[in-house]
Design a protein around this ligand. Structure first.
Ligand code: HEC
Ligand code: HEC
Length: 310
């Protein structure tokens, strides 16, 4: 009986719209089987900072570390500490500098108007895709949204991801907290049609230290293909991105910047808008843009946009 149900479930998969195409590499989920932990249990330190913190302190999502107070303005309470039980500190996953990790989002320099709209879409459920953001959205107050939005708008964007075209990428696994890390056994594997984002320095990322960011391996030729599609719209396949995101893709009014932001985040957003998982009122403007895009087109566009200076 169980075999039969499994067989039926497999048979049904291709009928589920979009499911077969989901780019799993852009949606990292902690893997069940993990390589042995490298953590020696000792407190962590960082050159140029006097902090010394245990792993548990670093991963306290209501009191994340602030290794580099010189890299950002003073944080409002919602960014530095959040409010238990549901409003976790924004600075833990997005970092005090708003640069974020592969699995979260680069929010530095977003306008308060765009930022606030996203929080309201998480609150209403129109925007899905992150359990953490849905939980925060349900409980966060208007005053907290305003404080976080104004704070991240005031943080200067900085170079955070180095895009490298390659035939092969390091072998990776997805560790705790949905973080993609280089596999300790080493080695490489063909990149195929994927974007593989790993820390420039794993300890720095695990410590939630914003001093250094990420390297994104992308397939050879993807940046040029993305640039052509972004500039021309590919003969009606899509719409030239600069019309709305600004000629240099640095944003226009409350339409967000794309330049220099995390590529897998951008792939996730295009995929979710195409599939209706991100369906806030303003996302309708993107619906025609993504309607005919393949996952490969999304990859190329994201590789190109991420390769620009933020
Ligand atoms: C536990 C981790 C976590 C915490 C804490 C967190 N976020 Fe997020 N946030 C995410 C993830 C993951 C995404 C990306 C979701 C996606 O890919 O659609 C995100 C996306 C966002 C976005 C959308 C950015 C964009 O351009 O699409 C905003 C705005 C945001 N978060 C605001 C906040 C605020 C405000 C707080 C603090 C109150 C916060 N986040 C705390 C994980 C977190
Ligand atoms: C007609 C205007 C328009 C055009 C053309 C357009 N966009 Fe957008 N885009 C938007 C708007 C508006 C949003 C914000 C949607 C929201 O608030 O939910 C957006 C959001 C996005 C996001 C999500 C950003 C984030 O921070 O989460 C990505 C990625 C994106 N666009 C990529 C592109 C690319 C690539 C192109 C060109 C192929 C493009 N867009 C063309 C209007 C446009």
């Amino acid at each position: 009986m169980r075999k039969l149900i499994t067989a039926m479930a497999f048979a049904l998969v291709p009928l589920t719209a979009g499911a077969a195409d989901k780019p799993d590499w852009a949606f990292p989920v902690t893997e069940k089987v993990q390589p042995p932990s490298r953590d020696d249990g000792k407190p962590k330190t960082a050159p140029g900072s006097n902090l010394s913190l245990t792993r548990a302190q670093i991963d306290d999502l209501f009191n994340p570390p602030d290794w580099r107070p010189d890299l950002h303005p003073p944080m409002p309470d919602v960014v530095a500490h959040g409010r238990p039980p549901n409003v976790r500190a924004c600075g833990s996953c997005h970092l005090p500098t708003g640069n974020g990790h592969d699995e979260s989002a680069y929010v530095a320099g977003l306008t308060p108007g765009y930022f606030t709209r996203q929080m309201l879409d998480f609150k209403s459920g129109a925007r899905k895709g992150s359990g953490s953001m849905t939980a925060i959205g349900k409980d966060i107050t208007d005053a907290e949204i305003k404080a976080a939005a104004e704070y991240f708008a005031s943080v200067k964007p900085r170079t955070w991801v180095r895009v490298v075209e390659a035939d092969a990428a390091p072998k990776t696994y997805v560790g705790p907290g949905n973080k993609r890390l280089v596999h300790p056994d080493g080695g490489t594997e063909p990149i195929g049609q994927r974007i593989i984002v790993v820390p420039e320095d794993e300890d720095i990322v695990l410590n939630r230290d914003p001093i250094k960011g990420f390297v994104a391996y992308v397939p050879r030729g993807s940046i040029a293909k993305g640039e052509a599609l972004a500039r021309t719209g590919g003969d009606g396949k899509t719409v030239a991105c600069g019309i709305c995101h600004g000629p240099t893709l640095h944003g226009l009014a409350d339409i967000p910047p794309l330049a220099g932001r995390m590529p897998n985040h951008m792939v996730r957003q295009m995929f979710m808008i195409q599939n209706g998982d991100r369906a806030g009122p303003q996302s309708a403007l993107m619906a025609q843009v993504v309607a005919k895009l393949s996952v490969e087109d999304m990859l190329n566009l994201a590789a190109y946009a991420a390769s620009l200076e933020p």
